[in-house]
Design a protein around this ligand. Structure first.
Ligand code: ATP
Length: 263
């Protein structure tokens, strides 16, 4: 699992019709060029349009203006080149962990034996080796999100799109899952776009931080981040999250987001 592709968002705009006439502008002139293998953290206050942007990249919605490209292919709808993980896991309760992961492969007419092998590989990648036979109700919240991540990875997508995937987890599990995301990113080299409204999560996890403010949602900050690579080099986050430069970055960004973030 090593495929990864460049993502290009060009002059993206999104307006939705309102029930009693008129429309609401949710995104305006969003431009983003994501090289292959980058881990982009998309941060912004509630309602600024993060999910709308992610849904447009996933192809779940069609933008009113602009374009989304994955490498040389224009996005016109959902596709196996983009794997999606959402905040709620949406696992099928009648299937065990392995069959939940393998489900998408069945739709693509891949033979049973290969489906099983690939599902087991994906489960191992997210730290669930040997848990394939578990029913979904036997899994903790964190484990369920690991299964969701394995389900997104099993088809070997070019890009992984994650919309607040850790938002419903308790604080400790969330920290463990952040390290898992980093590990998966390092091992697969996938291009990842990860949405969050946690400032600490955005600072810690990304190799690049993109801050969206709105409405209408516009990019107000786009800069590289050092902490994810440092965490991988030094093994683990506690020390990094309490380091003076992490605290300083947090304070600076808090200012950007909560004070002067309106475009
Ligand atoms: N289909 C739609 N029709 C009308 N308005 C919409 C539609 N989808 C989203 N919106 C509006 O667009 C705005 C941005 O929503 P979006 O879910 O993208 O924000 P967000 O930054 O992801 O917020 P949160 O962090 O709370 O999930 C919201 O005001 C929402 O009500």
């Amino acid at each position: 699992m090593t495929v990864s592709m460049k993502l290009t968002i060009f002059r993206l705009g999104m307006r939705f019709p309102l029930p009693h006439g008129g429309e609401v502008e949710v995104l305006r002139d969003v431009n983003l060029d994501v090289p292959a293998g980058e881990l982009v953290l998309l941060l912004g206050a509630s309602g600024c349009g993060k999910s709308t942007l992610l849904n447009a990249i996933a192809g779940f919605t069609t933008p009113t203006e602009g374009e989304v490209w994955v490498d040389k292919r224009r996005v016109t709808g959902p596709g196996a080149d983009r794997g999606v993980v959402l905040q709620t896991d949406a696992l099928y309760p009648w299937l065990n962990a392995r069959d939940n992961v393998a489900f998408g492969l069945r739709l693509r007419s891949i033979a049973q034996t290969e489906r099983t092998v690939r599902a087991e590989e994906a489960l191992a990648l997210v730290g669930l080796a040997g848990k394939g036979d578990h029913a979904t109700w036997q899994l903790s919240g964190g484990q369920r999100q690991r299964v969701s991540l394995a389900r997104a990875l099993v088809a070997d997508p070019d890009i992984l799109l994650m919309d607040e995937p850790l938002g419903a987890l308790d604080a400790l599990t969330r920290e463990q899952m952040q390290d898992l995301v980093l590990e998966v990113w390092q091992r697969t080299g996938k291009t990842i776009v990860f949405v969050t409204h946690s400032l600490d999560e955005a600072l810690y996890l990304g190799t690049r931080l993109v801050v969206l403010a709105g409405p209408p949602g516009q990019i107000v900050l786009d800069e590289p981040l050092p902490f994810a690579r440092r965490a991988l080099r030094e093994g683990g986050g506690a020390k990094i999250k309490s380091a003076p430069d992490f605290a300083a970055a947090r304070e600076r960004l808090r200012g950007v987001i909560f004070a002067g973030a309106q475009p």
